[in-house]
Design a protein around this ligand. Structure first.
Ligand code: B12
Ligand code: SF4
Length: 486
């Protein structure tokens, strides 16, 4: 039996841009492929991040002729998943179609309603995938397979959830099976780094309870955070350095800073190895201490990304359930600045209860914390989350992830879009610019590791424009109207 796992986001995060910025490899299906390979299953990975057309996917399917095709589904690109499913039905009509990932976990009963989809896998799938594929091959009863939803005789059947796996028993993600792996290594993500960049996930789960995210993440990874042993994480790091010659390392864990003892053991191992990597991590602002930042500095951790979300305390408390104070956010950014760690603030605008004033609070916070980067999004709660169930959506809007999807009392979709761009522009003025040595590393790394000309020019143009006075002149309307308001 031939199995293909597909990451079906055609064109990556920015399908209209000629190059991809800030992307990481699809570790979920790479873990599944590694487990299948261990069990002697004929498996391949198809990753549409770098494909511009659906014809490319069709061609891959025709070449590979899989009997089973499994797709990762994230809610924002579920439309792409459905397009890929349609193409699969047409091109490989007898293939079984399986959907997994965050969206499938959040809405399994909705997803299974689609006639073209055979099986939905709920949550973490390394323990489910082999029994499921065996059952399909041997035509045994799917009811015996834990963690799935399927249809039989017009009825939907959901089986019980399996135990969460021991992460120590997992193989490393099958990086060498991904035909596009090298392309990922060559991309420069939001974090300032020298390519090739390696990506690792060292823990699974998150102990927090943000209203726009949970219970989806708990449904995937369980109620308790599971930490891989520092030894296993460091072994994977060794492999990344020896096999892929990485120069930078990014931990994609939701919160690298929640378990100090564990984190310090990993830091010790990295320090001892002295690979000279540039390191980036994500953390929750209230969990960063000066002592931790000091440790980060010693391992050359140059970048931290925080979920700041809003600069208004009421929105953070009552709407998002973030359990985070503005003072804690300010403190974390100050600690990073003192330790020369570049910062990224991830932000959301257009949350229920947001007004122009609360959004201005976010702008004012940016002026105080002066992040090096921002990652700005329209608020888009995950299906099934507390916020999702409480907000009113505009049904005429076909995209839940852009301005106007959530109905707001005091801001129109047009005003929200204006505010979105205004913050992007205003932030260019208030941000702390990355130091010169970062620009040099960036340029040097790019030259050394073989960027294509287009990618280099586009990214270089981005950095130039980023700081350009011309941009403010051309688009100054928003910037100055914002200035006048506080
Ligand atoms: C790294 C990451 C990214 C990377 C790239 C993701 C990638 N290529 O996979 C970047 C930075 C690009 C990114 C971007 C975005 N991301 Co993101 N990202 C993550 C993060 C932090 C880790 C993903 C990961 O590798 N996890 C580890 C692996 C092991 O887990 P996994 O991928 O979930 O896979 C397991 C199961 O889900 C399942 N599974 C997955 N696929 C399949 C397929 C089959 C067939 C089966 C059977 C099972 C299965 O089995 C896997 C192994 O156990 C997660 C949060 C998290 N902790 O997972 C958010 C997360 C996936 N992202 C999320 C979002 C919303 C986004 C964005 C839309 C944000 C935005 N508004 O722009 C973008 C869009 C992505 C895109 N490609 O277009 C949400 C998804 C929510 C949802 N309802 O879908 C998450 C869950 C964050 C959150 N807490 O809300 N992201
Ligand atoms: S948004 Fe981030 S911090 Fe909040 S529950 Fe989800 S993963 Fe955890």
């Amino acid at each position: 039996m031939k199995v293909a796992f597909v990451y079906p986001k055609k064109g990556g995060i920015f399908p209209r841009m000629p190059v991809n910025l800030s992307i990481t490899p699809p570790l979920g299906i790479m873990y599944l492929a590694a487990v299948c390979r261990e069990n002697k299953i004929d498996v391949s990975l198809i990753d549409l991040t770098f494909d511009r057309t659906w014809a490319a996917y069709e061609k891959r399917l025709k070449e590979q002729k899989p009997d089973v095709v499994g797709f990762t589904a994230l809610s924002p690109f579920y439309d792409d998943v459905l397009t890929a499913v349609k193409i699969t039905r047409k091109t490989a009509p007898n293939a079984k179609i399986i959907i997994g990932g965050p969206h499938a976990t959040a809405q399994p009963l909705e997803v299974i309603k689609n006639d073209m989809i055979d099986i939905v896998v709920v949550g973490e799938a390394e323990q489910t995938i082999v029994p499921l594929l065996n059952a399909l091959q041997n035509k045994t009863d799917l009811k015996e397979v834990k963690g799935i939803v399927f249809k039989r005789d017009g009825q939907v059947i959901q089986t019980e959830k399996p135990e969460y796996i021991n992460l120590e028993n997992l193989p490393f993600p099958a990086r060498e099976m991904l035909p596009t792996a090298k392309k990922y290594f060559r991309q420069i993500p939001l974090f300032p780094s020298i390519p090739p960049v390696g990506f690792i996930i060292a823990s699974r789960g998150c102990p927090f309870n943000c209203s726009f995210c949970q219970p989806m993440l708990r449904e995937i990874f369980g109620n308790k955070v599971r930490f891989r042993s520092p030894q296993s994480v460091l072994q994977e790091l060794d492999e990344l350095v020896e096999k892929y010659h990485i120069k930078s390392l990014y931990f994609i864990d939701d919160n690298m800073t929640v378990n100090k003892k564990w984190l310090y053991e990993i830091c010790d191992g990295i320090e001892k190895r002295n690979y000279g990597l540039i390191i980036g991590v994500q953390g929750k602002a209230d969990t960063l201490t000066p002592e931790m930042a000091e440790r980060f500095k010693r391992i050359n951790c140059r970048y931290m990304s925080f979920g700041v979300e809003s600069g208004n305390q009421r929105i953070l408390d009552e709407i998002m359930g973030k359990h985070l104070t503005i003072a804690q956010i300010e403190n974390a950014f100050k600690i990073c600045e003192q330790n020369n760690i570049l910062t990224c603030a991830s932000l959301m605008i257009g949350s229920p209860g947001d007004t122009k004033e609360t959004i201005m609070d976010t702008v004012k916070l940016l002026e105080r914390i002066r992040p090096n980067f921002i990652d700005l999004h329209y608020t888009a709660p995950t299906p099934g989350s507390k916020m999702f169930n409480e907000v009113e959506f505009d049904d005429s809007h076909d995209d839940r992830w852009s301005a106007g999807a959530i109905k707001l009392d005091s801001i129109t979709p047009e005003e929200l879009t204006d505010l979105f761009f205004a913050i992007q522009l205003r932030y260019r003025q208030v941000k702390k610019r990355p130091p010169f040595n970062f620009m040099w590393d960036y340029f040097w790394g790019t030259m050394r590791y073989g960027y294509n000309f287009l990618s280099l020019s586009a990214q270089y143009a981005y950095f130039c424009l980023d700081n350009s006075v011309l941009v403010y002149r051309l688009l100054g309307k928003w910037v100055f109207s914002l200035k006048g308001k506080h």
